[in-house]
Design a binder for this molecule. Structure first.
Ligand SMILES: Cc1ncc(COP(=O)(O)O)c(C=O)c1O
Length: 478
């Protein structure tokens, strides 16, 4: 196929394995390895995820530096979403005609009043270390928001503000899970959950869901994977990468199963809460009952709803002992989040209920774009690409199934498309009418799909859908 490599400089799907301290040399001499700069080599086996693949940060033959790595880091996969976003940007910088729908971020700018609050913070000298768990003003504003919008009652001391929800989730996983604990992750999942579990030394238990169930976990499926080792269930509603939203009834049915277990907690990732299309409504797992509240760590943030990805603002709200543990981790790693961003976050929460008119307008734009992409997808050959789990009512992603294209010939290369990686590589390298970057579904534990982020301008989406339509209709025999 084309010369574009999904692995490029930002390696994807390659397992990192540190050489044992005594055998660093042996690693470097083994083939098939390729040197990556001065201090590392990459050794790729048959499949990106196979145990024969390894990246060894091995010492050069003249160096005596022991470059072995932490064994948990050794098991980490780099984020494919980040890698593809970077690759698309690199190709664009090289002058290639690429439309990228890889990144999970709104194309809108941060609302002016929010940006202004950040500028004011700098001008007025709010530029010193902030309190570890967040400023009093922001924690109080979060408490009010959770009470009025989510029916969740927390004390300010039960809120921990971090540098993005990603850090909040990581700290919650690290605080509650370790060796011997299972983290239950319904697939398709946000790409970082399993890696965070692994990094904490816990065991990610990925649970398949079906398109027929709208890619939502059912109580029976949850029950079937519970063991005494089950520690945390991660739920994401609205979901990245499917856009699925759990109804209150569905959450209640899951809560019954959760509460039947001795020690299972729920990490409820609600970062797409406001990106939701009527008649769907958001329900917080912790608001279902007092028992559910006791077991729930609620994560939310500002990146998606308020177009504030670069400000790095997220938070966790959890019963005191869990919040205290998260704060303790933060105090010894990053300390308090940016004082400037926290001022801006307060202003975001002052925009009004659910972000007021500003957020309402962004969500209306997302809805229009979703409907456009859904229509365009429905006009493509359904045996090659189809949105078979329904029209998702939240977030800004679509996860069409493309397995009908596997086994088809990619023209003009003549190669057979074996999987989502091949499909996406061919799409990226298309020269007429140009390339399109999307993320293969295996990054989300969903091998038969690809993820489209429609948080892009109308013009870009039109080009993207033209490119996808052309690619799919130009596929050769299957
Ligand atoms: C489901 C989900 N949770 C958490 C995050 C982290 O968001 P941030 O760290 O920008 O607040 C993301 C970002 O892509 C996400 O998609």
């Amino acid at each position: 196929m084309a010369s574009l490599q999904l692995t490029s400089k930002a390696h994807t799907g390659v397992t990192v394995t540190p050489p044992r301290r005594s055998s660093a040399r042996a690693h470097t001499s083994r083939s098939p390895c390729r040197r990556l700069g001065r201090h590392a080599s990459v050794c790729v086996g048959a499949s990106a995820s196979s145990s024969s693949s390894s990246v060894s940060a091995s010492s050069s033959s003249t160096s005596s530096v022991d470059t072995s790595l932490n064994a948990f880091v050794a098991s980490l996969k780099p984020s494919k979403t980040v890698a593809l976003t970077d690759l698309a940007r690199e190709l664009q910088n090289d002058g290639k005609d690429i439309v990228s729908l890889t990144a999970g971020e709104p194309d809108f700018d941060t609302p002016p009043s929010v940006a202004h609050a950040g500028i004011q913070a700098i001008k007025s000298g709010v530029t010193h270390y902030a309190p570890n768990a967040g400023t009093a003003a922001l924690r109080s504003a979060i408490v009010r928001k959770l009470q009025t919008e989510n029916n969740l009652t927390y004390a300010p001391s039960e809120i921990v503000v971090s540098n993005g929800a990603k850090q909040s989730i990581w700290q919650a996983v690290l605080a509650t899970c370790g060796a011997g604990d299972d983290v239950i992750i319904p697939a398709p999942y946000w790409t970082s959950y399993p890696e965070m579990a692994r990094l904490a030394g816990a065991n990610p238990v990925v649970v398949e869901t079906t398109a027929a169930d709208g890619y939502k976990l059912t109580p029976d499926t949850l029950r079937s994977v519970l063991t005494p080792s089950s520690r945390v269930l991660i739920l994401c509603t609205p979901s990245n990468p499917t856009g699925a939203v759990y109804s209150e009834d569905e959450l209640r049915a899951l809560a019954d199963v959760v509460l039947s277990h001795d020690r299972l907690l729920v990490l409820s990732d609600e970062i797409y809460e406001h990106v939701m299309y009527a008649p769907a409504t958001h329900v917080s797992f912790g608001a279902l009952s007092e028992e559910a509240y006791e077991r729930t760590m609620t994560v939310n943030g500002f990146s998606k709803s308020f177009a504030m990805t670069g400000w790095r603002m997220g938070y966790i709200a959890a019963p005191q002992h869990f919040a205290t543990a998260c704060a303790r981790i933060q105090s010894q790693t990053t300390s308090g989040a940016s004082s400037i961003a926290q001022e801006a976050a307060v202003a975001a929460l002052e925009l009004g209920p659910r972000g007021g008119k500003v957020v309402e307008e962004m969500v209306a734009a997302f809805l229009k774009r979703r409907d456009y992409c859904v229509r365009r997808l429905s006009e493509m050959p359904s045996n090659r690409i189809s949105l078979d789990y329904g029209i998702p009512p939240g977030a800004f992603y679509l996860l069409p199934t493309i397995s009908g294209s596997f086994g088809c010939k990619h023209l003009p290369s003549g190669e057979i498309i074996k999987d989502a990686d091949d499909f996406c590589r061919g799409l990226l390298s298309q020269s007429d009418p140009g390339g399109l970057a999307v993320v293969p579904g295996d990054a989300f534990g969903s091998a038969d799909t690809l993820r489209i982020s429609y948080a892009a301008s109308d013009e870009l989406l039109e080009q993207a859908m033209d490119r996808l339509a052309r690619y799919v209709s130009d596929l050769g025999e299957c």
